[in-house]
Ligand binder design. Structure first.
Ligand code: PLP
Length: 358
């Protein structure tokens, strides 16, 4: 980089840069990836054969948008075709939201800590993040409603919340939505919704139906186990959905990704057996860790949050030494993905030995 290189937009100055790094030497021993909230199980056999079949056609472009998948989602969710939006992961749809719905100087309200992409999307658009601290580990919906000003154009709500795993529930969410002015877009991020199938859990698709300012985002990356293929989707009312589609990268969902997602939708019974296994493991893990004295709030997701404050980095380092890679939020806590039973057993064993740092 030289001083003469053209200057990027000033709005990017405040966004953390991904610095390209040389490929790392292969990790020695077995590593347990518990830091990205991935599904620990490989894709289903039917998804793998759809992937192989589609791979043979990768000399051809996919559709500008994944029409077959959009159609399948519209049927599955019982929404009109033109309400469905797609992208390369739901983060791809966030970029569309930033481009289509946010202007420089707009205020965007969201809880913090919440999904790490929120400040990036907002700042990339030149908009202003308005971060409302969680109350305990959960969204403070009253404070969020109070933070809405005439300059607010969007509110981002992650239900259940990443990284704390907490859910506010349908009743509180409805009360909140009723307080948001109709001109403000509410993005309801339900990346983990499939892990929250309990009575009282909200269904964003029901909530959006009679609220033109509400849109829902979901993903094939978590419960559906296709994080590596990058497929996200959402539902929004046509004015918003059409604007988002205008900003979508053409052919942004590849053919392999589309076919795998279609196969996964057809195999939901099998997938939900896995989801049940993961949620059962989540409860086993939470119970074991609480018995060791760790603070573990109830989680409605495929991960646990340990609010360890200043101790979180030391505990993360201790776990890493044993091959357990978790997500450290220095000074706040650890987010630990529920892994396979073997990873979880190891985690419980290693954390037992780390109780001195607890
Ligand atoms: C709350 C939330 N939203 C969206 C995403 C992004 O998912 P995708 O893989 O669909 O881009 C994640 C991923 O961790 C997430 O935690």
């Amino acid at each position: 980089m030289t001083a003469a290189a053209p200057a990027p937009r000033a709005a990017l100055d405040d966004i953390p840069a991904y610095v390209p790094k040389p490929p790392q030497p292969p990790a020695v021993g077995e590593f347990h990836r518990l830091f990205l909230n991935e599904n620990p199980y490989p894709p289903l056999p039917s998804a793998l054969s759809a992937i192989a079949e589609a791979a043979a056609q990768t000399n051809r472009y996919p559709g500008i948008l994944p029409d077959r998948l959009v159609d399948a989602l519209a049927r599955r969710l019982d929404v009109p075709l033109d309400h469905v939006v797609t992208g390369p992961g739901s983060v791809g749809i966030y970029q569309q939201i930033g481009q289509a719905m946010l202007s420089p100087g707009d205020e965007v309200v969201y809880a913090w800590p919440s999904f790490e992409a929120f400040p990036i999307v907002v700042k990339m658009a030149g908009a202003v993040p308005v971060e409302v601290p969680l109350r305990g580990e959960a969204h403070d919906l009253d404070a969020m409603a109070a933070a809405i000003t005439p300059r607010t154009t969007a509110v981002l709500v992650c239900e259940p919340n990443n990284p704390t795993g907490t859910a506010v529930g349908a009743a509180a969410l409805k009360r909140f939505l009723d307080r948001v002015p109709e001109r403000v877009l509410v993005v309801l991020d339900e990346a983990y919704v499939e892990f929250h199938r309990t009575p009282g859990a909200p269904d964003g698709v029901d909530l959006y139906r009679d609220r033109p300012n509400v849109m829902v985002l979901r993903t094939f990356s978590k419960a559906y186990g296709l994080a590596g293929l990058r497929v996200g989707y959402g539902v929004a009312h046509p004015r918003v959905a059409q604007a988002l589609r205008k900003c979508a990268v053409p052919c942004g969902v590849g053919r392999v990704a589309e076919e795998a997602a279609l196969a996964a939708l057809l195999a939901e019974d099998e997938l939900f057996e896995r989801v049940d296994r993961i949620t059962a493991e989540r409860e086993r893990l939470a119970t074991a860790l609480r018995a060791q004295g760790w603070p573990v709030p109830a989680s409605a997701t495929n991960f646990l949050w340990l609010p360890l404050g200043a101790r979180s980095s030391a505990v993360a380092a201790g776990l890493e030494q044993r091959g357990l890679l978790v997500r450290d939020f220095p000074g706040a806590g650890l987010r630990i993905t529920v892994g396979t039973p073997d990873s979880n057993d190891l985690l419980v064993g290693v954390l037992e030995g780390l109780t001195a740092v607890r």
